[in-house]
Write a protein that binds this ligand. Structure first.
Ligand code: SF4
Length: 268
């Protein structure tokens, strides 16, 4: 039982809400109970720009040949936060330019079923909100694909397996998408068959087949965290990752526990 029962009982939960709580309970309180203004950051702005361009491309509002120009024109308009090192902005800019110059997916091969559509659903008395990037039907196979754009990179070993340091990151993405797929099947009766994570900075995919079993496991994880939030009383700050605290946490400027530390810049 928490002091914030009334607020939490009327809260809409999302993947982002739940993962914020898992990262830092205090950040969750500042964000969702105290509703403090969230700070922008370089990575989120770069992600917004790439999402926006891909949405326009799939909707036919931008054609293949105009993608690099559009990207170039809007980069500094959208990506205004300072990056973490002198070369990072240029590296991201170059990776994005390269990506939008070499896209080899043709939107005409797909029918768009949904794009950036926010939907909510009630599950066991909890209201959940999902907003998938895009749901496509492949015309040649009829396969229904849930696709999500990511601007981070998943590191791999020489043999192609996922590097140990990035296994949790990839599992987090998987959970997010299995949750979306489950609720799309509940709400819109859209039966997702395949989940594709499209990594923009190196133009690679991670592909998973959707299974109800994995979706239910993810849903159970989700409901377990919601139950933990409902019981939480202390909302302890997690200062174990100074890089996250100083650069990525949306409520970092309001956090009295943050240890200001000019961490060595690293590209996520
Ligand atoms: S700055 Fe760090 S400790 Fe403070 S709220 Fe954010 S994640 Fe938590």
């Amino acid at each position: 039982m928490s002091d914030y029962d009334f607020i939490i009982d009327n809260m809409k939960f999302s993947y982002s809400n739940i993962s914020t709580f898992e990262t830092c309970a205090y950040a969750w309180k500042l964000t969702y109970i105290d509703t403090l203004k969230r700070e922008p950051n370089f990575f989120a702005e770069f992600g917004t720009l790439c999402h926006d361009i891909l949405e326009k491309y799939f909707k036919g509002e931008l054609d293949l040949f105009n993608l690099p120009n559009y990207y170039e024109k809007h980069f500094y308009e959208v990506v205004q936060s300072i990056s973490l090192s002198g070369t990072m902005t240029q590296n991201y800019y170059d990776a994005g330019y390269d990506f939008f110059t070499n896209i080899d997916i043709n939107p005409d091969d797909f029918e768009i079923l949904e794009s950036e559509l926010k939907t909510s659903s009630i599950w066991n008395g909890i209201e959940l909100v999902v907003k998938p990037d895009i749901v496509l039907k492949e015309k040649s196979t009829g396969k229904i694909i849930l696709m999500d754009y990511k601007t981070s990179i998943i590191k791999k070993n020489k043999n192609g397996s996922i590097a140990k340091s990035d296994i949790d990151k990839l599992n987090g993405y998987k959970k997010q998408l299995f949750l979306y797929a489950f609720f799309l099947s509940q709400n819109q009766k859209t039966k997702i068959e395949e989940i594709r994570l499209w990594f923009i900075r190196n133009n690679t995919f991670e592909i998973f087949q959707y299974t109800e079993k994995e979706a239910i496991e993810t849903l159970n994880w989700f409901m377990k965290i919601v139950a933990k939030i409902k019981e939480e009383e202390k909302f302890i700050a997690n200062i174990s990752n100074p890089f996250f605290c100083n650069n990525l946490c949306g409520v970092r400027m309001s956090c009295e526990f943050r240890i200001q530390n000019p961490e060595k810049a690293s590209e996520s």
